[in-house]
Design a protein around this ligand. Structure first.
Ligand code: GLU
Length: 417
């Protein structure tokens, strides 16, 4: 799952989209692409296997005009990394272009149905099925793009963050999400979409975290609107981002990992700030204090996490068992979610994730939730999916971690533990 960027407003979209893709590069990817509705009202798609630099080479001497566009970095799940499989994907008529992060699990069933209706496929991705499917719904139901997306997504099984742009409607971009991250940005007469806030902070500090099964419509005339899949308008909660641009730049270091290693004295202080009362010999974690009874009565703690967060959990197991004498089990979230784990009502589940978007950890949280158990999150990215899905939790407050190898996040997680 990689990156999505979208822009509509009064500026040229292309430079904003490319810069946005570069801000998302830390997530890793194999291809990149962009779709723009040009000043001549053409829907231009440029895409390439490789890096954003390869995409930039491809767009040299091409029409990159337009004040509305979407851009994507792909991490292939269906079909090899090549130009044809890179996003955006055109619909059959080339009236629509779509980008997608995630996996469409029922794509084969939908594909068969579309092939029978005469649709031809230019790629081997699950994503192309989605754009044809939306067009098919749009044409057969004679509805506009927003309604077509809403109806189409009701039939889709899987995880997605998508953005769709339409040749004949350059004033609107439609986006939606389920289990893949998506954030909207509200500027002055300009609106943004992205997988996380890093492509947006430069332009505005007002963002909307999109919830599962919500459709976001950004348009120059009507701003940012949110609907559910049944077309009921939702009130978007606009949040202020507490992040500065300097946190997303290397600040003189040769790479982010080194910068983040050196940031640790400060990030650990931020993590502990206001949480340790030395005089009273007391730790003040509101998320724990508000649920003190649950913690005191817990018979067992299950920690679910992946990767580095799982290693932080192992240290947490030692600390909690030693200090609290409560048995702790550390589970790999990707295993936990696919088996039938025993979860008792007097257990506590703790989910640890730096991004708050780790798909397996989020699925483990949903599984635990379905068993009615109390869930506590330990995350870094404010407003991300796991903190929103858990009953309570604490942020580690170490600022954006761009380096892929975790440094300040694991020390923050262990500090909090
Ligand atoms: N499943 C899609 C593909 O393979 C999207 C992958 C992604 O999240 O980048 O093209």
């Amino acid at each position: 799952m990689c990156g999505i960027v979208g822009y509509i407003g009064h500026q040229d979209a292309y430079p904003i989209l490319i810069k946005g893709l570069r801000r998302l590069e830390y997530r890793g990817y194999d291809s990149a692409g962009v779709a723009l509705v040009s000043t001549a009202n053409e829907l231009n798609v440029y895409k390439s296997r490789g890096k954003v630099d390869d995409l930039e080479r491809q767009t040299q001497n091409k029409d990159i005009s337009g004040r509305a566009g979407i851009a994507h970095t792909r991490w292939a799940t269906h079909g090899e990394p090549n130009d044809a499989n890179a996003h955006p994907h055109y619909s059959q008529s080339k009236q629509l272009a779509l980008i997608h992060n995630g996996i469409i699990e029922n794509y084969l069933i939908l594909k068969q149905q579309l092939i029978q209706s005469g649709y031809e496929f230019r790629s081997s991705t699950d994503t192309e099925v989605l754009v044809h499917w939306i067009e098919y719904i749009k044409e057969t139901n004679r509805v506009d793009l927003q309604h077509a997306v809403q109806i189409a997504l009701r039939e889709v099984v899987g995880a997605f963050a998508i953005a769709v742009i339409e040749k004949n409607n350059p004033d609107t971009i439609i986006a939606a999400r389920r289990s893949s991250p998506l954030v909207g940005g509200v500027g002055e007469g300009e609106y943004f979409l992205a997988s996380d806030v890093s492509p947006i902070v430069e332009y505005t500090d007002r963002v909307v975290y999109v919830n599962d099964d919500e459709v976001v419509v950004i348009s120059r005339q009507n701003g940012l609107k949110v609907f559910n899949l049944n077309d009921i308008a939702q009130t978007p909660e606009i949040k202020k981002i507490e992040m500065s641009l300097s946190q997303l730049e290397k600040g003189g270091f040769p790479h982010f990992m080194l910068k983040e290693i050196y940031e640790q004295p400060q990030t650990l202080e931020n993590c502990m700030h206001g949480r340790i009362n030395v005089d009273a010999n007391h730790v003040v974690l509101a998320g724990v204090l508000d649920n003190q009874k649950k913690f005191l009565e817990a018979r067992r703690i299950i920690i679910v996490a992946c990767g580095t967060s799982w290693h932080a959990a192992l240290i947490g197991e030692h600390l909690i068992e030693d200090l609290c004498r409560i048995p702790v089990e550390v589970e790999y979230a990707s295993e936990f979610r696919y088996r039938n784990p025993v979860i008792n009502k007097d257990d506590i589940v703790i989910a640890i994730s730096q991004s708050g978007e780790t798909a397996d950890t989020l699925a483990a949280v949903e599984l635990a939730k379905s068993q009615g158990v109390f869930i506590y999150g330990i995350c870094n990215v404010v407003g991300s999916s796991i903190p929103r899905a858990t009953d309570s939790g604490s942020y580690i407050h170490v600022g954006p971690e761009i380096g892929v190898s975790s440094t300040k996040a694991i020390t923050g997680q262990v500090t909090l533990g």
